[in-house]
Design a protein around this ligand. Structure first.
Ligand code: GTR
Length: 428
């Protein structure tokens, strides 16, 4: 039962029309991005409100029309890689149960097709509160091991994809029945549904398995057969962010979901992808990035915890090849991570840290938020309500918000309690 959704867009037509129009009126093109060798040494994080050509960014209109697109180009070119425009998706509800969590919720299993010829496939788990008087706001997050690992409900199919072997119930990189509910403490469906939100998740490996392998994932669908990975080609984190946007493509058509209140949430590597998705996709109403660290919210120039050299070494598939040129050369970066956060302005953003999560540099994550605050101010919105790294458990509840909890790297009910509080304040 295909749900009447097959959004095949005509982006290419529109883009080529735009280019023809540009030839006639000949407005100045965007400033070319400097080659790596030409990039100046900048010991301090680069200024957000200064264009590459040196002009100051002085108005909300200039941010939207000039600087925001420029910041996106910078981040794609040097760091995350360039993701293609989507051809559209198709979505099919493959199963629906109205007795999820003993009748508290509805469990909807949706198959999504994406990419060229709709050759890519993702399994989306949509959990909604049964007691609802209209479309509900939802949290959407990628998971690490397949949807079955997020809940003990036996009706959620095991992922058939390659999965990392870091949890129980995975053998030879295949998920077995024993993996069901293995990370359920990360996904408090019951509490989220009780609070009137839906919770939507998809395995990030449905868009790109988390391994250094060029032949799989959505990128391979777009690459010419036999072609090598280009220097600015999108890495796995960008593929995951792109995947989140494909789920949003579906969610905005689901009559039970309030498409204007979609909050994206992500932990760690998925927190990097959540920030990038929100940066690029303004339909995302709120973003929560938990312990996203290096290439997430943390400022590189502090050189604390994970560095660019380390992340490129351990995860060579996550980013554009170009990023490797900055190994041990943080001072040459023409951006820092406040750029990524600022692209979500003026939408609500919560940066969350763990006090003992040194590898993610919690104070650096706070500094990332602090650096993004100037854009909120420029847009006449509420920036970060703290100048100094706050005490643990003292939620900075401004529209650009920050929280640090005691303890190390992880996500669980206590983190979700903060996320729910933040979303109830800023998404209602
Ligand atoms: C670490 C990695 C971090 C973070 C984390 C995670 O090994 O160095 O950047 O992403 O994994 O995703 O749990």
């Amino acid at each position: 039962m295909w749900r009447g959704l097959c959004v095949v867009c005509c982006c290419f037509v529109l883009i080529s029309c735009g280019e023809e129009a540009a030839e006639v009126s000949a407005p100045p093109g965007p400033t070319p991005l400097p080659a790596f060798e030409e990039l100046p040494v900048q010991e301090a994080p680069p200024a957000l409100l200064e264009m590459l050509d040196g002009r100051a960014v002085e108005s909300a209109a200039q941010w939207a029309s000039e600087r925001r697109p420029e910041v996106i180009r910078i981040l794609e070119h040097y760091a995350y890689g360039e993701a293609p425009a989507s051809e559209g998706i198709a979505a099919e509800v493959v199963a629906e149960y109205d007795d999820f969590l003993n009748g508290l919720g509805v469990l909807r299993l949706v198959r999504l097709r994406y990419g060229p010829d709709l050759a890519g496939e993702a399994e989306v788990l949509v959990a909604l509160p049964k007691a609802r008087s209209g479309p509900v706001p939802v949290f959407l997050g990628l998971n690490f091991f397949g949807n079955q690992a997020t809940t003990t409900d036996p009706r959620v199919p095991l992922t058939a994809r390659w999965v990392p072997g870091r949890i129980v119930g995975v053998e030879g990189n295949r998920a077995l029945e024993a993996s069901r509910g293995a990370v359920a403490e990360r996904w408090p469906y019951e509490e989220v549904l009780r609070r009137g939100f839906g919770l939507v998740t998809v395995y990030h490996g449905d868009f790109d398995p988390d391994r250094d392998e060029d032949s799989d994932g959505v990128q391979a669908l777009y690459r010419a057969p036999g072609a090598a990975r280009g220097p600015h080609e999108w890495g796995t984190v960008a593929a995951w962010a792109w995947g989140l946007s494909r789920v949003v493509d579906y969610l905005v058509t689901d009559p039970d979901v309030d498409g204007a209140r979609i909050a994206v949430v992500g932990h760690s590597r998925n927190g990097k992808a959540a920030l990038l998705a929100s940066a690029l996709d303004e339909r995302i109403a709120l973003v929560i990035s938990n312990m996203s660290g290096c290439m997430g919210a943390a400022i590189h120039r502090r050189r604390q915890g994970e560095t660019i050299a380390a992340i490129n070494l351990f995860f060579p598939h996550w980013f554009a090849l170009e990023l490797r040129r900055f190994d041990e050369l943080e001072e040459r970066l023409p951006f820092d991570q406040h750029f990524l956060i600022a692209l979500s302005a003026p939408r609500p953003v919560l940066i969350a840290s763990g006090a003992d999560d040194g590898w993610a540099d919690p104070e650096g994550e706070f500094e990332g938020a602090r650096g993004a605050s100037v854009v909120y101010a420029l847009l006449g919105s509420e920036g970060l309500g703290a100048e100094r790294w706050p005490e643990v458990n003292a939620l900075v509840e401004t529209r650009l918000g920050y929280h640090v909890r005691p303890g190390g790297h992880g996500i669980g009910p206590e983190d979700w309690a903060v996320f729910l509080r933040f979303a109830e304040r800023h998404l209602r």
